[in-house]
Design a protein. Structure first.
Length: 432
């Protein structure tokens, strides 16, 4: 890589070489039996070359860096015009815990045993189909550019989850729990308790609810209303003018009960890292603080277009071109327990999972989903599971109608999320 960078500089080009190697060890159980065990190792290079205001790009999987550099140089003449510059060396935060040796050393046979033990414990649920997924990963990233940046890191990842498909009270029901982090944590007992508890509660059916009601989105369902917001702060969409949040930095957009943080420094974070895939130092930042929009999520390109500083959020899918993306999403906790949030509800829903996004205009904030696992609450008591229920609305309007945020938070698929109670959400059910 160093030799290639020197050659680029000597030829009058500026450029960047990105290298990634990822070893993934998945253990999958499908329909109550071991389904697949394999090691996957993939590595490759992404090369960007700049000259006379144009950019060339090439990528390759494997070790043929020279060919990737040649292809990037060949593509410069027909490349896209670009205005941003590659970063110079900058101070990188030290002391981050994103690599854990004990996680890398976990053996496949240990992973199989953990999966089998959870499968046996969940097997008491009767005639249910159970899928379990365990995944260990080790990722190495290295970036060099002609401005003097020379950075690298190694990190681990661990995820564990289960899905139960069952016929409960004459209806198909699926119940799941997942967590992802950078360090191995054995949460089999928590997953077992969570799924069994929801299975037990699902046996009692309640009449569907309809109209404008209070709805509590649990952490496992909160992505439904978060996805449009995350698209809205994405620098690519802001730059194109398609985001409803374009031009709204410093303005109150959400309820003052909502603070959303992009935190690349969390020790548990599956996306914890000291710098992004463009060599820009990462930093903890509020995207929204008490409802006020403080930051967009920016890579070098979108930052330059918007006249803002890059935020250290230029990431790649494999060896692709960079694009703006979050690191670890957090929503700040509130001061109310989930139990109290339910007990204060007169008539509404607690939603644990959803299916689909309907035909919604996501970038505008719209969502329309089936409540695949939701429970009706009447007079502060959970009275049963509802079927044939849809929830629809607009995330920007919904997040202005936050009643309560729970003090409990859960790591769900790499995000640290509370439960949130919203008021006056549109619910469509068969009856009521």
């Amino acid at each position: 890589m160093k030799r290639a960078i020197r050659a680029l500089k000597k030829s009058g080009y500026s450029g960047e070489i990105f290298y990634v190697e990822k070893e993934i060890t998945p253990v999958e159980f499908k329909s109550n039996r071991l389904y697949a065990v394999e090691d996957k190792v993939k590595s490759g290079y992404g090369v960007r070359v700049f000259k006379n205001g144009k950019m060339g790009f090439s990528s390759v999987f494997g070790d043929n860096l020279d060919r990737a550099v040649e292809s990037a140089i060949e593509s410069v003449k027909l490349g896209v015009e670009t205005e941003f510059s590659l970063p110079s060396p900058a101070r990188i935060k030290g002391g981050l815990k994103y690599y854990h040796e004990d996680t890398e050393k976990i053996k496949v046979k240990e992973m199989i045993k953990m999966g089998e033990e959870l499968l046996n414990k969940l097997g008491v649920l009767g005639d249910a189909s159970i899928d379990i997924s365990l995944r260990k990963s080790v990722k190495r990233v290295k970036i060099l550019n002609t401005e003097g940046v020379e950075l690298e890191y190694k990190k681990t990842g661990w995820s564990f989850g289960a899905i139960v498909f069952a016929i409960i009270a004459d209806s198909v029901t699926w119940i799941y729990d997942f967590y992802s982090c950078s360090k191995f944590v054995d949460r089999r007992n928590q997953i077992e308790r969570h799924i069994k508890d929801l299975y037990r509660k699902s046996k009692t059916l309640a009449k569907p609810v309809k109209g404008k009601k209070d709805v509590i989105f649990m952490p496992s369902a909160l992505h439904t209303v978060l996805i449009p917001i995350s698209r809205g702060v994405n620098g690519e969409n802001v730059m194109k003018g398609t985001s409803p949040l374009a031009g709204k930095l410093g303005k109150k957009v959400l309820s003052d009960k909502i603070s959303i943080i992009d935190n690349p420094f969390k020790s548990w974070g599956i996306n914890t890292c000291p710098f992004d895939d463009e060599g820009v130092p990462t930093r903890k930042k509020y995207i929204f603080r008490n409802g006020v929009l403080e930051n967009y999520v920016l890579d070098l390109r979108s930052a330059k277009k918007l006249g803002l500083n890059p935020t250290g959020n230029g990431f790649r899918s494999g060896v692709s071109l960079p694009f703006p993306d979050f690191t670890n999403i957090e929503i700040a906790p509130g001061d109310t327990s989930i139990r109290d949030m339910i007990s204060s509800m007169k008539d509404g829903l607690v939603v644990h999972s959803v299916l689909g996004a309907g035909q919604s205009n996501i970038i505008a904030g719209d969502f329309s989903v089936n409540a695949s696992l939701a429970f009706r609450v009447k007079n502060g008591e959970v009275v049963g599971r509802v079927k044939d229920t849809m929830i629809a609305g607009n995330s920007y309007r919904v997040f202005k109608k936050v009643k309560e945020v729970s003090k409990e938070r859960k790591n769900f698929q790499g995000m640290l999320l509370p439960a949130i109670k919203f008021s006056s959400i549109n619910i469509f059910g068969d009856g009521g």
